[in-house]
Design a protein around this ligand. Structure first.
Ligand code: NAD
Length: 264
């Protein structure tokens, strides 16, 4: 079946667009006719993602930078304004797992880095996009997680879970504030998804963190334990971005194969 071009004429910004959920979403939105701007700090990944999108006849621009840098975000918005003059969809998705360790071993700089990228980055992305989004309304999608919203048992992941809980609150707050401008804001909460996120996690000294939890086998009920794919999340993002979701704002959508129902 041919992909429906239901995002034709729209433009989208995707942070963390070089890998995982962001990259899969960029491919999906582009396949549905949107022009996609990818923002990421990894230049090689941006180049590769762009190559794949263009090979499928998509339209793509890339901006390299740190999502927690106000200046980099301003540069990104200026580029989108210059090239396309409009922005309809913002996927605030860049994030890190950061350092997972016992509270007493967590350095302040490690706490700050997770909060800086996951939370400040989300704030800067949405705030920076507002002047363009306000022109004709649009859709903002924020990537939170099951961690910090339904699940609280992941040993040592307190900065990560805290940042993800805060993203949810931020999403609801601004959904109400921006409704007047016909800007919808929704938050997605993925469970385990096969991406590069885990590779960049530093897990330290959690062995002795005795939590009275036994994770059952097959902890993802829909799949018998297997994680979800970035493409499955991308289809949710495409739906929330589209006019099909025109009455949906200020809500969270869990996409976890039922994992958080079993473990939460
Ligand atoms: P990923 O590591 O494959 O992709 C994350 C992307 O964000 C990378 O391309 C990375 O370079 C980019 N990024 C990180 N820090 C950045 C910064 N400071 N500035 C610019 N770009 C930056 O991982 P993913 O799983 O696709 O992660 C995307 C989002 O999904 C994250 O917010 C993550 O917390 C969330 N999430 C992932 C899972 C999962 O199981 N994979 C589950 C729940 C939530």
């Amino acid at each position: 079946m041919e992909t429906q071009k239901n995002l034709r004429g729209k433009t989208a910004l995707i942070t963390g667009g070089g890998s995982g959920i962001g990259k899969a979403s960029a491919l999906e939105l582009a396949a549905r006719g949107a022009r996609v701007a990818l923002f990421d700090r990894r230049v090689a990944d941006l180049r590769q993602a762009k190559r794949e999108i263009v090979a499928r006849k998509g339209i793509c621009l890339t901006v390299a930078g740190d999502v927690a840098s106000e200046r980099a975000i301003a540069r990104c918005m200026a580029r989108i304004r210059r090239e396309w003059g409009r922005l309809d969809i913002v996927f605030a998705n860049a994030g890190i797992n950061g350092v997972w360790t016992r509270l007493e071993n967590l350095r302040t700089s490690e706490w700050d880095e997770t909060i800086r990228i996951n939370l400040r980055g989300t704030f800067l992305t949405v705030k920076g996009a507002l002047p363009l989004l306000r022109q004709r309304g649009g859709s903002v999608i924020i990537t939170s997680s099951v961690q910090g919203t339904r699940l609280f048992h992941n040993s040592g992941a307190s900065p990560y879970a805290t940042s993800k809980a805060a993203q949810l609150a931020f999403g609801r707050m601004i959904a109400l504030e921006l409704a007047d401008h016909r800007i919808r804001v929704n938050t997605i909460c993925p469970g385990a998804i096969r991406t590069n996120l885990g590779k960049n996690t530093e897990v330290r000294d959690v062995e002795n963190l005795h939590l009275p939890i036994i994770v059952p086998k097959g902890a993802v009920p829909l799949t018998g334990g297997a994680p979800g794919s970035p493409e499955q999340v991308a289809r949710l993002v495409a739906f929330l971005a589209s006019d099909e979701a025109s009455h949906i704002t200020g809500t969270e959508v869990f996409i976890d194969g039922g994992e958080s129902l079993l473990l939460g």
